[in-house]
Design a protein around this ligand. Structure first.
Ligand code: 13P
Ligand code: SF4
Length: 300
């Protein structure tokens, strides 16, 4: 494995490429990346890098966001089939029909969505900045897509009336308050960190609600030594690596996203050697989508 990692690093240099990885991907992929992060950090990095090629180890919508922000760069997704089931729960056609029923209501779209959906949205958000984005809007009512749990969280943290979309992450949505409380009962001193993609009843019993990188920051800075982790299990690797003296307990092992585990080191080698797996958003979609993504990035 070490030889493969060295080969990837050499290829990245040769191709003037940068490797970005989401906090959920396989440990060996995180180890070889230039930057690991949550969706917001990865978008910011994709916009700022001067590399010619971006290898995105995550899922399709993340590579699309990089292409939206950096049209002059070659954006590669090493396994083209890596998608996000939640992103597929909203189509541009269905969103256009809902918008027609809610004239004047701005649309806030989670980055976990296709470029075509972003293109007909007013502003994007991630789990790291959702409250800031929603609160910044002058309108009292907003429509949020596709994650109904994230939308209910935003509603609970702002004075907005939020129209929901019936989308959800099939993994975060499986966690129940009953399961979380049972793990808490076994570890009474543990801090329970939950991702806002979890259902509202889970967020109600959480000590901290934050994005994946928010969890990494919180765990590093907290004096607590034991944490229950309510998000996709891939985050346990960077949590443990950054805090070897602390204990991290998954709230549920059912929170395992197969799409986030698809990319392996050999896929990265092939993709770099052949510059295959390009994700390119067409200009007529990219330009309106960029407006929604840039508004979000300007707010951070
Ligand atoms: P964040 O890393 O932004 O918290 O996103 C979680 C997620 O589910 C990405 O698909
Ligand atoms: Fe999509 Fe959920 Fe997987 Fe994230 S964890 S990529 S939201 S299915």
């Amino acid at each position: 494995m070490e030889a493969t990692k060295q080969h990837i690093r050499a290829l990245l240099k040769e191709k003037n490429a940068i490797l970005l990885a989401h906090n959920y991907v396989l440990p060996e992929v995180q180890d070889v990346a230039d930057l690991c992060g949550d969706s917001l950090e990865l978008s910011i990095k994709a916009a700022a890098t001067d590399a010619e090629v971006i290898v995105f180890c995550g899922v399709h919508f993340m590579a699309e966001t990089a292409s939206i922000l950096s049209p002059e760069k070659t954006v590669l997704l090493p396994v083209k089939e890596a998608g996000c089931p939640m992103a597929d729960m909203v189509t541009p056609e269905a969103l256009a029909a809902r918008k027609a029923e809610l004239p004047g209501v701005p649309v806030v779209t989670y980055v976990n969505s296709s470029a075509a959906v972003k293109a007909i949205s007013d502003v994007c958000c991630t789990s790291a900045n959702v409250v800031k984005v929603v609160a910044s809007l002058k309108e009292k009512e907003v429509l949020m897509t596709p994650d109904r749990n994230l939308a209910q969280y935003a509603a609970s943290q702002t004075d907005k009336t939020v129209h929901l979309w019936e989308g959800y992450c099939p993994f975060h949505n499986t966690l129940t308050a009953k399961t979380a409380l049972a793990v808490k009962a076994k570890h009474p001193d543990a801090v329970f960190m939950a991702h806002p993609e979890c259902p509202p009843e889970v967020l109600e019993v959480a000590d901290v609600v934050t994005s994946t990188s928010g969890m990494l920051t919180y765990a590093r800075q907290s004096p607590a030594t034991t944490f229950i982790v309510g998000t996709e299990v891939g985050i346990l690797y960077p949590l443990s690596r950054q805090n070897p003296e602390k204990t991290f307990i998954p709230a549920s092992l059912e929170m395992t996203c197969a799409d986030m585990k698809r990319i392996r080191l050999n896929d990265i080698v092939t993709c770099l050697e052949t510059l295959s797996g390009e994700v390119k958003v067409p200009e007529e979609v990219r330009v309106p989508a960029l407006s929604a993504v840039e508004k979000m990035i300007a707010m951070k």
